[in-house]
Ligand binder design. Structure first.
Ligand SMILES: NC(=O)c1ccc[n+]([C@@H]2O[C@H](COP(=O)([O-])OP(=O)(O)OC[C@H]3O[C@@H](n4cnc5c(N)ncnc54)[C@H](OP(=O)(O)O)[C@@H]3O)[C@@H](O)[C@H]2O)c1
Length: 315
């Protein structure tokens, strides 16, 4: 099968189209013929040797943690799926998932059926970012009813889904930060207030928030602690700066925590249903073919993609 192979960690990482053996599904697994695979910042970060790079095995390695496609074969004890089923999944993270290839093996517990109302591109775009937003906001034990929520980087892959999930789970006021050009779109997704992060001290008049989802980390995450209510919680996504943000929060007598999104087929099923029923929309910045992966990574690395970037692999 064809796959985009990484032969060495580098910054930027360079992937090459190559031929590798098609994997076989083990017990409790399915083999998926990939149709669409979303990419995420974790892909290019891992390509530089960061994030979960050490877990990816020997070179050449194949990255990619989310996909949508068609079940080609099933392993032993895999009664829930049959060849021909359309599925989507956020697979194995942080261990190798290898979605940027024509075929990928998935644990049954990491996938869910693709609702007919979702295209493969939409389905391949939501698993990792959607589960991250879902776990950070909705299923982290937070009661969002009537709460004030702030989403930093609302135009990003996680952020635009988080705005909608927060509203769906009863948040009274959802504010976000983004470039001014994105504000109208984010308001159409449910944001009650948008702040342009290019303006100095842009959150000065925003008030206090019960929950902040920090999609930026580093100094941006630290600076927004002034907008966190004293009994509020900030959840910071970029793991590399999580300790610094948590320490800054503690120094102000406030609470912050990191998160690592975990594959979960049941949560993904609920998310896919919300999309299929029109409660949530996924924004697709653009699609690329598999051999154009390096260009797709460049766009993700720019830090200014609007919504998700998806690799079209088959049909
Ligand atoms: N811990 C976990 O399990 C986990 C899971 C998923 C993601 N993450 C991390 O979370 C972060 C966000 O992921 P993502 O997929 O949403 O990223 P993304 O799609 O690449 O985010 C891009 C967005 O960031 C916005 N942005 C850039 N600078 C900004 C600033 N200073 N303030 C506000 N917005 C700004 C851009 O908006 P403009 O175009 O308006 O500039 C753009 O829309 C990444 O670091 C990722 O690695 C962690």
């Amino acid at each position: 099968m064809q796959a985009m192979l990484l032969n060495a960690f580098a910054n930027p990482a360079l992937f090459e189209l190559g031929e590798v053996a098609k994997p076989s599904p083990g017990p409790g697994q399915v083999l998926i013929r990939n149709v669409a695979a979303g990419i995420n910042p974790i892909d290019w970060k891992t390509g530089t040797g960061g994030g979960p790079a050490a877990l990816q095995g020997d070179f050449p390695i194949i990255l990619g943690w989310e996909c949508a496609g068609v079940v080609e074969a099933v392993g032993e004890n895999c009664k829930a799926y049959n060849p021909g089923d359309q599925v989507l999944g956020f697979l194995n993270f942080p261990n190798p998932a290898r979605c940027l290839a024509e075929y990928v093996v998935a644990d049954m517990s990491h996938i869910c059926p693709k609702p007919a109302a979702l295209s493969f591109i939409e389905a391949g775009a939501i698993p990792l970012a959607g589960i991250t937003a879902w776990q950070a906001l909705a299923l982290g034990g937070h009661d969002l009813t009537g709460k004030r929520v702030l989403i930093l980087a609302g135009a990003g892959g996680v952020g635009h889904l988080a705005i909608q999930i927060a509203k769906l789970h009863g948040a009274e006021h959802v504010a976000t930060t983004a470039s001014a050009a994105r504000h109208q779109l984010l308001e159409s997704l449910g944001a009650d207030a948008c702040y342009d992060y290019h303006e100095t001290d842009c959150l000065a008049t925003a008030g206090q928030f019960d929950l902040i989802l920090d999609g930026m980390g580093g100094q941006v995450g630290i600076d927004c602690l002034t907008a966190l209510a004293t009994d509020g919680l900030l959840i910071t996504l970029p793991s590399v700066t999580a300790d610094a943000v948590i320490a800054a929060a503690e120094a102000q007598g406030k609470q912050a925590q990191g998160i690592r999104a975990n594959p979960n087929g049941n949560q993904l099923r609920a998310l896919a249903k919300a999309l299929a029923e029109g409660d949530i929309k996924v924004l697709i910045e653009r699609t690329y073919t598999l051999d154009q992966l390096n260009q797709a990574m460049d766009l993700s690395r720019s830090g200014h993609a609007q919504g998700k970037i998806v690799i079209e692999i088959g049909n």
